[in-house]
Design a protein around this ligand. Structure first.
Ligand code: HEM
Length: 297
């Protein structure tokens, strides 16, 4: 969805909808839940319009873009005849991807911005790694996949950040049959809540769990046992956006540390999970370009 007035109209509706998804499900006027439902109702025709435009471009072979909606529209069964997804299914998938992929990455980036402002040693090691990559490229030249593979320290820091503050602290599974686990029966049909935060703070898995230590994820360090680093979930339903989130985070960190310095203006750095972590006063940052004069707020 390109930048422009249509996208601007969608943004507040998405925000209302995300709040609705994460709220107590009480459908009374003025609750977040009911605002979320109303927002979704308004969003559906807007997304449908985007789908119709992309379908037209695809059918007329008018420079169809390689985006998610176009890919979903292009899915056909094995004979190549009937379409595999209805418009309603595409709308639902677009909505879930936007809900799942928006606050998660922005929460991680926010916590990284805070970490780098407070920890000069981590900041300078990341800056050195990124400067080395930038020095081999022209100003504004796009990063390549190969460049991203060189950002090993930056990604270790991001991984440790998501261990300590997982953007998604809880997820759910429903028992398909009675399950016995450590002497307890989880009856068929019950939901089980998995807590990434508690797993990540278990000192039988991560030594000194509250200590920020990116070297836990060093190539030579013993890897955490399977399903113990679960910021992106695990198993067949593991986050399908993992690679995209990694790419967004690394590109953003590259641009930030090679072009700007910043300091925090917050007096109070406390945050609450509602249920995504949010700073009580937002994260106020004073950003300065490194190479030009002037100040950006
Ligand atoms: C730092 C960023 C992100 C984090 C920490 C994160 C974390 C998670 C977690 C914990 C789950 C649940 C996995 C499970 O139940 O086992 C999940 C699911 C999901 N994520 Fe992400 N995610 C991130 C970014 C993204 C992005 C960028 C997208 C797409 C644009 C995305 C799309 C999804 C979708 C569609 C699901 C549902 C998968 C399913 O139910 O099969 N996520 N994510």
């Amino acid at each position: 969805i390109e930048r422009g007035p249509d996208r601007e109209k969608m943004l507040p509706l998405f925000q209302d909808m995300i709040e609705g998804v994460l709220s107590v499900p009480v459908n009374l006027p003025f609750t977040k839940f009911s605002r979320g439902i109303i927002a979704r109702r308004k969003l559906v025709p807007m997304i449908l319009q985007v789908i119709l435009e992309k379908r037209e471009a695809l059918e007329e072979q008018r420079n169809p873009q390689k985006d998610l909606i176009t890919s979903l529209l292009s899915l056909h069964d094995q004979n190549g005849s009937s379409k595999m997804m209805s418009e309603d299914e595409i709308i639902d998938n677009i909505i879930i991807v936007m809900v799942a992929g928006y606050d998660t990455t922005s929460v991680l980036l926010t916590f990284l911005v805070k970490l780098l402002a407070n920890n000069k040693s981590i900041y300078s090691t990341i800056a050195q790694e990124q400067e080395e990559i930038a020095s081999k490229k022209a100003y504004e030249e796009a990063l390549t996949w190969e460049d991203l593979t060189k950002m090993k320290y930056t990604w270790k820091v991001a991984t440790e950040r998501t261990r300590i503050n997982p953007p998604v602290a809880l997820s759910f599974r429903r028992a398909k049959q009675d399950i016995e686990y450590e002497g307890f029966i989880i009856p068929k049909g019950w939901q089980v809540m998995l807590s990434a935060s508690m797993t990540h703070m278990d000192d039988s898995i991560f030594q000194n769990p509250t200590m920020f230590d990116p070297t836990r994820f060093d190539k030579h360090a013993p890897p955490p046992p399977p399903f113990s680093y679960v910021a992106f979930g695990g198993g067949p339903r593991m986050c399908p956006g993992f690679e995209l989130a990694k790419m967004e985070t690394l590109v953003m960190m590259h641009r930030l540390v090679t072009r700007f310095s910043w300091e925090l203006l917050n007096k109070d750095e406390s945050f609450k999970r509602i249920p995504m972590p949010e700073f009580d006063q937002g994260l106020l940052v004073h950003v300065k370009p490194l190479k030009e004069d002037g100040v950006i707020y």
